[in-house]
Write a protein that binds this ligand. Structure first.
Ligand SMILES: Nc1ncnc2c1ncn2[C@@H]1O[C@H](COP(=O)(O)OP(=O)(O)OP(=O)(O)O)[C@@H](O)[C@H]1O
Length: 303
């Protein structure tokens, strides 16, 4: 196990930012850490990196609760991006390597290798202040790779990148994984999780609300039964296990049903009542819907 959290809690005064969160990351996995703004992702990652102490619970990195020791084997991209604006790209990458104990000459060599490998060699001698935001972000990411970390913890690595650079970053994460790295990254978009992750962990108001694969999330998502009709379908309540009808607008109604209700019997009941059925079936769900349902981000989606 590369990372294990057990009942981790963080309180700031009376406010609980992270509440009893448990999850683990195994070697070679890519795990997405999802949640809305303020859900507690950054706070959790900071506790893993020993930047913040836990209020309760236990964290172990590489099987040890000595996080200071473990974090030397981690490449951490913090949420707040900060690079020395006057420093050259190659020197920036080498500098972060030296901070992790890589000797000067080796750090510079590694920095050049990384720039070449990720198609950034033309920027090697550019000062950070002359780079685009996306390229500066890529330099910061490369700077956490100099010491060849076994485990990458990336806090919102996609934010601020345009779609082309987001794709490049996804490719980079994929290639690092192929080389055996383990990755935990936070994001508030489900799409990145879908394309990249083996599993994801979702937090809401500091609490874990889901842990599993995208397919498991789809299965866990209860899809509503939707009837589209120009008529008033309320006469269906009490028939074939229908317990309620909720108007959704534009002639669409969500039907609440008792456990085990048979959808074909509901359709037959609707037709028997003379209701004009324009559409009938389980709602389609997108990853976006799943995110909103799990993260509880929208009244409409959680209704
Ligand atoms: N040092 C602090 N003191 C008080 N409250 C804090 C502190 N740090 C974070 N919080 C609060 O804890 C909650 C969780 O914040 P956190 O930054 O972990 O969320 P997040 O999921 O990373 O959000 P985002 O996607 O916006 O970065 C927020 O309500 C935040 O205001």
């Amino acid at each position: 196990m590369v990372l294990n959290l057990e009942g981790v809690t963080k309180r700031f005064g009376d406010f609980t930012a992270v509440s009893d969160v448990s999850f683990s990351v195994s070697k070679g996995e890519i795990v997405g850490f999802l949640g809305q703004n303020g859900a507690g992702k950054t706070t959790t990652l900071r506790m893993v990196m020993d930047i913040l102490p836990v209020t309760g619970g236990k964290i172990s990195l590489f099987g040890s609760e000595d996080l200071r020791k473990g974090r030397l084997r981690v490449g951490f991209l913090p949420e707040e991006r900060g690079l020395y604006r006057k420093m050259k790209a190659v020197d920036t990458i080498a500098y972060f390597g030296r901070l992790k104990g890589v000797p000067g000459g080796k750090a510079k060599k590694k920095a050049n290798e990384l720039l070449e490998r990720f198609g950034m060699e033309q920027y090697a001698q550019n000062k950070i202040e002359t780079l685009s935001k996306g390229n500066a972000q890529k330099i910061q990411l490369l700077s956490v790779l100099t010491h060849e970390p076994e485990f990458l913890i990336l806090d919102e690595p996609f934010s601020g990148l345009d779609p082309v650079n987001q794709k490049l970053l996804e490719d980079l994460i994929h290639s690092l994984r192929q080389e055996g790295a383990t990755v935990l990254f936070s994001t508030h978009t489900m799409e990145h999780a879908e394309r990249l992750c083996d599993r994801f962990v979702m937090v809401k108001n500091g609490e874990k609300v889901f842990e599993g694969t995208i397919d498991e999330a789809r299965e866990a998502y209860e899809r509503r039964l939707i009837l589209t009709t120009t008529d008033d379908p309320s006469a269906l309540v009490g028939k074939a296990g229908v317990t309620g009808v909720q108007p959704l607008g534009r002639n669409r109604f969500a039907l609440q049903t008792s456990d085990g209700a048979d959808t074909q019997a509901i359709l037959a009941a609707a037709l028997q009542l003379g209701i004009t059925v324009i559409g009938f079936g389980r709602e389609e769900v997108s990853l976006h819907d799943i995110f909103f349902r799990l993260a509880g981000a929208s009244q409409e989606a959680t209704a």
